[in-house]
Ligand binder design. Sequence first.
Ligand SMILES: [Zn+2]
Length: 257
Amino acid sequence: MRGASRMNANASHSDGLGAGAAAALSSMLVHLPFRADCHSPRPMPRFRFHDELNDLLRPDLRDCIFEWPCAERATAKHAIEALGVPHTEVGRVLVDGHPAGLGHLLRETDSLEVFPAAPSDLAADAPPPRFLADGDGRIVLSRDRGLLEHRRVTHGRYVRARDTDGQLREVVARFGLRERARPFTRCLECNGLLRDAGRDEVADRLPPRVASEQSGFTLCTGCGRVYWPGSHWRRLRAVVDAVLGEGRERAAPDLCG
Ligand SMILES: [Zn+2]
């Protein structure tokens, strides 16, 4: 069956599932009542998700048109999130080819096309990116889909990567931060701005060996924490260089203790 063979391909390449898991999914597909290629007793809304939104769907629903049963008076938001796609991921919804909002009440005959939010969607009506969820329109980065489905979250990103380096690369690329990043200019403790400081100014807060070996320091203008380019800084520097590019001009002191 066409759907089953495509699903196996997804399972082995995209999801890294073993042969046993892929076989289990394949056997489940046979019993799915809502596939477009199966007979259904009454009409159901049809869905087609585009581009990267497919990452969030069950493997057998990716890159195809499928039918999905919806509760009475369900909105497009309800249905899209029930399928695993937080509303923050969605840019545009077309119903029967016409633009519609997430609050659109679904009818059995609707045919929905769902497109991902583009970075330009954020730029149009959002303040500059800030990454704390404090309810004032900041961007929530999370791998918790339930959190992103919360109505108060107006802008968010379901982070696909599972490892921290990959997550950093993904966020930098997604939000175009490569040129805007100012690494090592904020305090790790309180997020205050750092400023250069002389050894004399901070000597009373330094371990003796650091005081004798280091000459460059930065001081947090918020909490007074002192930073210097030690081994931890070198490890972070390597990560930052790999993500932002080594040739990038450094716009700020490169210090961190
Ligand atoms: Zn601080």
